[in-house]
Structure formats: C-alpha cells, structure tokens
Design a protein around this ligand. Sequence first.
Ligand SMILES: [Zn+2]
Length: 120
Amino acid sequence: MDEIDEISPEELKPGLQKIRRRRWFFWIIIMVYLPAMLIALRCPQPNQAVGVVFVVWILLLIVAVTLMALVRCPQCGNCFHMNGFMFRPVRRCFHCKLHLTTDKKKLSFSDLEQKNNTKF
Ligand SMILES: [Zn+2]
C-alpha cells in the first residue's frame, strides 16, 4: 500500500492521459453511428451504403473496445476497465479505485488530512 501512496499525480499523468484518449475514441465511435447512418441513407444506393457503414463502424467499435479494455492503470498496473472478463467503462480503476482525473485535481484539505493521517 505504501508503494501506491508514493506515486505522485505527475507520474500518473501520462498513463491517465492515455486512458482518457482511449475513452474519447470509444465514445466518439459510439456517437458517430447515428449521423453516419443518416448520411448513408441519403446515398443513391442506401442498402449498400448502410451495410458498408455498419461493417466499418462495427470494426472500429471492436478496435475501440479492445484498446480500452487493455489499457493499464498507471497506479496498480492492472487493466483499468476490466475485472476478469467483466468490462465496464467507468471512471475509476476496478482494482485500486484510482479516479480518471486524479492528476488534474489539486489536493484538497480533506485529502491532505487523510494523507498525513492527522486531524487539524
Ligand atoms: Zn488501478
């Protein structure tokens, strides 16, 4: 546990940025589906276009989910979004509960109190 406490937010930053990038890629792929389908339906041959858009979208989604599932937590080294075979795109590490924005937060008074384990 002491080893985990010694990692500073600056050291966590590159790993957390990587996780955030992969999460953005995943959510963008999800959000692109509907506009892409609407555009495909306006094509001269909508059946063919919808099929192509769907296959490309599914392949990109598989890539996005795989990248997200395999990304490692910078604090504990386990897969950030995976616990066994369970995949959940939540904002905390499944194993050490590290939050996605830990490197962006400044230490609050209660954090300092907790870290020093003293009451003020
Ligand atoms: Zn972790």
